[in-house]
Ligand binder design. Structure first.
Ligand code: ADP
Ligand code: MG
Length: 689
């Protein structure tokens, strides 16, 4: 991956004096094998051990001094302790240096006149409890361990942070000159970035907090850029195919807006502008709309599809389930009635003549929009597919997305919709090869959805509320964490979906209660969902399969049993199922025994109804690694970049990488050799044109 791996920096760490096989094995446990590895093993924190005058020390502070003993050391016993102390002169101040259980220190002290000592200052006793000592030449104030801002490294096993300081200092001295700067000089100048070698020295052994920050910024930017370059290059190559540039007249857009039953929110307008901008280019659109459940993503999709049809071409919209496809079909047919193009429905249940007619129309290249499920991915003979939309993109594998993109003679513009809110900072890295538009807020809702947190013992209150609401013609979901509690391990008995179903049939007697879980066949599931959507069922007892389901506007109650078992984003997805019409809705979270982490999660969940805010909290509670692991495996491991604070650098790097790979001189000029090399080594993709 790194061109540096081939030069001297690729040598094994055992080439450093003092590292033999035993220590190399300890380092290997930290994934440090080569000189490069150890140089890129960055401190996780720093300690300010610069020399200060004793009158500036605070009680209990760790401090460093250079001092000289004023007399012999004395060792005494106090209870079980063996205490050695020596009077010390530090810049003209007199204090005591103290050691516990090191009676031989006295002998050692005799060997040198000046010592550098690190320890904790006990003001009341006027003594420094020493934990590190080293001889100091007069006039040499700093070492790697004292007298400066020192790096602290994470260690494991018998490794000591001190050793790492020694080794890294040695590696910097012996190999530092082999560190090469991949960023061209001019570029660094323009951005005011520190030189690479200097940055590497500063990040390990800072000469000041300001310079440390500059060093870190520089290295973070480089890491972001190295991460973004291959992504942007893949995207550039993948998009070599040409898409149909769709430039619509203002009046045509006006017609679209006039067809909507509402006027778009500012967020939606911004996303619409971004999509329109993408569509006007020959480079195929690769855009992701990230918006909470109910944030109004459909209208953005509709605009892109409309643009295709209005330009005399075709659009396709994929939904994860038949019911969702039918829902989209109904909405789009309503909005686009009388605009002069077709809206086709193509799902597994559309058969016979109806299906044949659709297929014939499409094959003949009639302008229109096809809505369907995966079935669309089959042998649909699109003639002029110009725009494709995937709803709930995380339900589709990348391959499926690509397969969809290969349809037709031209590469279609591609739009994905995702209802999993992701903090902007993470989205930037996670979807490096996509452009992202964010939709926040819920236009149709007027903040009348409340969240109530109850212990499971108070579950009767949920039943009461349900009965009240069902009697008014509303509907409710009851969600349990497992299908069959008998199979679950753990000390506490869980309310499972089967038990809950039996319980509710009894307690909601007089109302129609349905059951939905993952062990049912997909036909059974669809049928149950349909019955609920149409009102033949009034309450639905389910596992998280309802997470991505239909939009049932009449649903106003959600009760989540054992909410402590669910992740934050899952809880939020579930809550998003109710209150879709703006009616006042309630989401109950019922919890059993809570761990500290679960408690914090539920508190966060109850504190806000904004998916992006929640996602950000989730990120803070769990840290980026674990969080992202749930969203997508293969999450990059960064040496330095911390996505919860370095979003700005990631964004800049993305933009720079995007333009860089498209610049001719990037591929020619020697100044870019080191940035280019990893890209040239990447496998050539199958030819796309
Ligand atoms: P989602 O992002 O979950 O797909 P939808 O597109 O289904 O959200 O929109 C949710 C509801 O909000 C729909 O009933 C839709 O008609 C309505 N809606 C969307 N945008 C607006 C708006 N700007 N003003 C009023 N209602 C809107
Ligand atoms: Mg939707």
């Amino acid at each position: 991956m790194f061109d540096e791996d081939k030069g001297p920096l690729g040598e094994p760490v055992t080439h450093l004096p003092g590292i033999g096989p035993r220590r190399a094995a300890l380092l290997a446990a930290l994934n440090i094998h080569t000189i490069r590895d150890i140089l890129y093993y960055f401190p996780f924190r720093y300690e300010d051990l610069r020399l200060r005058r004793p009158d500036q020390w605070a009680d209990g502070q760790r401090v460093a001094v250079v001092g000289t003993p004023l007399g012999p050391a004395a060792t005494r016993r106090a209870g079980k302790r063996v205490i050695t102390s020596v009077p010390l002169d530090v810049q003209g101040s007199r204090l005591y240096a103290v050691w516990f259980h090191q009676p031989y220190v006295g002998e050692r002290l005799k060997q040198h006149r000046f010592w550098r000592l690190v320890g904790r200052w006990q003001a009341s006793r006027g003594s420094l409890v020493v934990d590190h000592m080293e001889p100091a030449e007069p006039g040499s104030e700093a070492s790697h361990h004292a007298g400066r801002i020192i790096p602290v490294y994470r260690v494991a096993g018998e490794l000591r942070p001190k050793w790492l300081r020694e080794w890294i200092a040695l590696a910097l001295r012996k190999y530092g000159d082999h560190l090469t700067d991949p960023l061209p000089w001019r570029w660094r100048q323009r951005m005011g970035l520190m030189d690479k070698r200097e940055a590497m020295r500063e990040i390990h052994f800072p000469t000041g907090w300001d310079r440390l920050k500059r060093a870190r910024d520089r290295l973070v930017y480089e890491e972001c850029l190295r991460f973004q370059l291959p992504l942007q290059w893949m995207r550039c190559r993948r998009n070599r195919g040409q898409a149909l540039p769709i430039r619509l007249h203002r009046e045509t857009w006006e017609r679209f807006l006039a067809a909507l039953p509402f006027s778009p929110t500012p967020d939606q307008r911004r996303a619409l502008r971004e999509v329109a901008g993408d569509l006007a280019r020959e480079e195929p659109m690769r855009r992701l709309i990230l918006g909470d459940v109910g944030s109004g993503k459909t209208v953005i999709a509709a605009a892109a599809l409309f643009a295709a049809a209005a330009a005399g071409a075709q659009g396709a919209m994929l939904a994860p389930t038949e019911i969702l496809a039918e829902q989209h079909y109904r909405v789009l047919s309503r909005w686009f009635a009388g605009l002069g193009f077709a809206v086709w429905l193509l799902t597994g249940s559309v058969r016979g003549r109806e299906r044949e007619e659709c297929l014939r129309d499409m094959a003949e290249g009639r302008p229109g929009i096809a809505v369907g499920t995966h079935a669309l991915l089959g042998d649909v003979p699109f003639q002029k597919l110009a725009v494709a939309v995937c709803d709930e993109q995380h339900r589709f594998g990348v391959l499926q997305r690509m397969a969809l993109a290969e349809k037709g003679h031209q590469t279609p513009h591609l739009l994905s919709l995702s209802a999993t809110p992701i903090p902007r900072t993470l989205a930037m890295a996670l979807y490096g090869d996509l452009d992202v538009s964010f939709l926040t807020g819920e236009p149709a809702r007027h903040r009348r959805r409340v969240t109530r947190w109850l212990p499971l013992e108070r579950r009767e209150e949920v039943v009461l509320e349900l009965r009240r609401r069902l009697a008014r013609g509303e509907r409710g979901y009851l969600v349990a964490p497992v299908i069959d509690g008998g199979a679950s391990e753990g000390s506490e008995p869980l309310t499972d979906v089967l038990t809950l179903y039996e319980e509710m049939k009894e307690k909601l007697a007089g109302f129609a209660v349905g059951l939905l879980h993952g062990r049912m066949s997909s036909e059974e599931k669809e049928e149950t969902m349909r019955a609920f959507a149409e009102g033949r069922l009034q309450a639905l007892v389910a596992t998280t399969v309802v997470e991505v389901g239909v939009d049932v506007p009449e649903a106003t109650v959600m009760a989540i049993y054992h909410a402590e078992r669910f992740g934050l984003s899952q809880l939020h997805q579930l809550r998003g199922r109710v209150g879709r019409r703006g009616d006042d809705a309630v989401c109950y979270v019922l919890t059993g025994a809570l761990t500290e982490a679960a408690k914090r999660r539920i508190e966060a969940f109850c504190s806000t109804d904004d998916g992006f805010v929640l996602a950000q909290k989730d990120l803070e509670l769990r840290g980026p690694g674990e969080w992202a692991g749930l969203v997508q495996s293969g999450w990059p491991k960064f040496a330095l970049v911390d996505l919860s604070r370095d979003a700005r650098w990631m964004r800049r790097a993305k933009l720079h990488a995007y333009h860089l790979v498209r610049r001719e001189d990037f591929w020619l000029l020697p100044a870019y050799t080191r940035l280019r090399a990893p890209l040239l080594e990447m496998d050539q993709p199958p030819a796309s044109d």
